[in-house]
Design a binder for this molecule. Structure first.
Ligand code: RRO
Length: 324
């Protein structure tokens, strides 16, 4: 059976639904070229700011079998360096997705300046990252709906909203999903990416009675297995609220083909790989591709459209449900 993992993110065709999530191994040209040579469906850059940043002091990344904890603090070369890389990366034939974040009092104007420059350089889509949890003294814009709207309004006044991806933090309350979805709808945003890491978590090394990373007293964003149920809930709830008009890039806890299948079943158009990509490097994309194809073959699905969004509500007892 011929199985296709092709997807369309607001007019940008990708041959493979697996993308790198903006974050790990994507801050330098060498790293981005490795993604270009892999089976990833597109090349996503590290979130860029106006000025270059060293990020938080090391050690700022920790992983174990349940996932990862990071407090990178946005280390990046500054957006002008990524603007120069866009035409070089486009030569690979893969779509290029650039990620942007504006900080400080002029954050909305900075988002606009960076996004404009990325589109002018030929980026296919631009991600507005409203959800970095790790900059000391800077709350995540995505948890403040006035700030969220101000940023989106400023950027959409000058740029094509269908080519924007809003990177959202995880939400935990239906009223917050509804508020975020309302803004996404009002400004006709093409895509959302959810979720960013679950911010300000703490992992403890009990043997040494210490935090496992150095910045912010050990607080950082968790990703990987830890976050998959929250990620699936966010993908599902936004799919219910936004329907097929908004593409969802599902991110969070995708380690194997079944995890990706679950994200797509909940409504994701494509999926982003963060913690697993950090652990395994660009080879993860070929592995995940063949694992998802194996899951689909078993279920006799030949394309992602065959099952996207078709999660059923509970109907029969399975291993793990208890009569309680
Ligand atoms: O660089 C980071 O600390 C970081 C970013 Br920009 C982000 O969006 N999410 C995250 O977990 N870390």
């Amino acid at each position: 059976m011929k199985i296709s993992l092709e997807a369309d993110i607001c007019g940008t065709r990708i041959k493979n639904c697996f993308l790198n999530a903006s974050g790990p191994r994507d801050a330098s040209l060498a790293e981005l070229e490795e993604i270009a040579s892999s089976k990833a469906g597109a090349i996503v850059t590290k979130t860029a700011t106006i000025d270059p940043r060293d990020g938080n002091p090391k050690p700022r990344y920790f992983e174990n079998s349940n996932g990862s904890l990071n407090s990178m603090g946005l280390p990046n070369l500054g957006y002008k360096e990524y603007v120069k890389m866009v035409p070089l990366l486009k030569k690979s034939g893969k779509p290029v997705i650039c990620s942007a974040l504006g900080m400080g009092e002029k954050s909305a104007e900075h988002f606009l300046e960076i996004a404009k420059a990325f589109f002018s350089a030929g980026a296919d889509l631009v991600e507005l990252n409203l959800s970095c949890p790790n900059v000391v003294g800077k709350p995540q814009a995505g948890y403040d709906f006035e700030t969220t709207e101000r940023i989106i309004k400023t950027v959409c006044a000058e740029l094509d909203s269908s080519k924007l991806i809003i990177k959202l933090p995880p939400y935990f309350d239906f009223c917050h999903f509804e508020q975020a979805a309302g803004i996404i709808k009002d400004y006709k945003i093409g895509s959302i990416a959810c979720i960013n890491s679950i911010g300000n978590a703490l992992i403890v090394d009990s043997e040494n009675e210490q935090a496992v990373i150095s910045p912010k007293g050990g607080f950082g964003g968790i990703g990987g297995k830890f976050v998959k149920p929250t990620a699936l809930a966010n993908v599902r709830k936004f799919y219910e609220l936004l329907g097929k008009n908004v593409c969802i890039i599902g991110i969070g806890g995708i380690e194997n083909g079944t995890d990706a299948f679950e994200h797509i079943l909940c409504g994701a158009t494509a999926v982003g790989i963060g913690t697993a990509f950090m652990k395994e490097g660009p080879a993860c994309f070929a592995r995940l591709e063949s694992e998802l194809k194996a899951v689909m073959e078993k279920k006799k699905y030949s394309s992602l459209d065959d099952f996207r969004g078709k999660l059923k509500t509970f109907s029969k007892e399975i291993k793990g449900t208890k009569d309680y």
